[in-house]
Write a protein that binds this ligand. Structure first.
Ligand code: 5GP
Length: 196
């Protein structure tokens, strides 16, 4: 327990969600560039690493058994199955950062966002939408990180995710990365005193 004051209550917990291919990672990277005081949670996943992904940077890559142990031990703030793999947010790191006064950002899919809404009612939920479904399809197919089967699974999930946009506090259309990141910083209240 700490009696240290935090400015205006808890530091923000911001959830960024939206369909696979909408450009969440690119927008989040731009938000972090503008707001270096914000901490991005690193999720656990049973998905295999893609070329260029590093353990502990993009994800903590786990076996299904290791993931199940995290779930059983209540080690995850939220978790979900997405396109055949499991993904979850390690609870303790998020709690530690927030307790230390640092704003925390989660980049997760929609089922996880719903769980965060329940677990942390003061979280800000932001949905990134594509300019059109055609753009989303083209981005998913064009990035070359998934095989056709995985692309199909992600497009099917995208339909459901797009339908959930209304559950979020804010919906931002990602037509321009810089503009989208600026809007996100604004509505999530992430612009600290040094962000100009
Ligand atoms: P990818 O395999 O493309 O890295 O991620 C697939 C989806 O899982 C993306 O929508 C991503 O935001 C989401 N995701 C990543 N980490 C988590 C997590 O910890 N929890 C949940 N619920 N979704 C996550």
């Amino acid at each position: 327990m700490s009696s240290e004051p935090t400015t205006g209550g808890h530091p923000p917990l911001v959830v960024v969600s939206g369909p696979s291919g909408v450009g969440k990672s690119t927008v989040v990277a731009e938000v972090l560039r503008r707001c270096p005081h914000v901490w991005l949670s690193v999720s656990a996943t049973t998905r295999a690493p893609r070329a260029g992904e590093t353990e502990g940077v993009e994800y903590f890559f786990t076996t299904p058994e290791e993931f199940a142990a995290l779930v059983d031990g209540d080690g995850l703030l939220e978790w979900a199955e997405f396109a055949g793999n499991r993904y979850g947010t390690p609870r303790s790191a998020v709690e530690k950062r927030r307790a230390a006064g640092q704003p925390v950002l989660l980049e997760i899919e929609v089922q996880g966002a719903r769980q965060v809404r329940k677990a942390v009612p003061d979280a800000t939920l932001i949905f990134l939408a594509p300019p059109s479904e055609a753009v989303l399809r083209a981005r998913l197919a064009g990035r070359g990180t998934e095989d056709p089967e995985a692309i199909r699974a992600r497009l099917a999930a995208a339909e459901e995710e797009l339908a959930a946009a209304g559950e979020f506090d804010y919906v931002l259309v990602n037509a321009d990365v810089g503009e989208c990141a600026a809007a996100l910083v604004e509505c999530a209240g992430l612009g600290g005193p040094s962000s100009g």
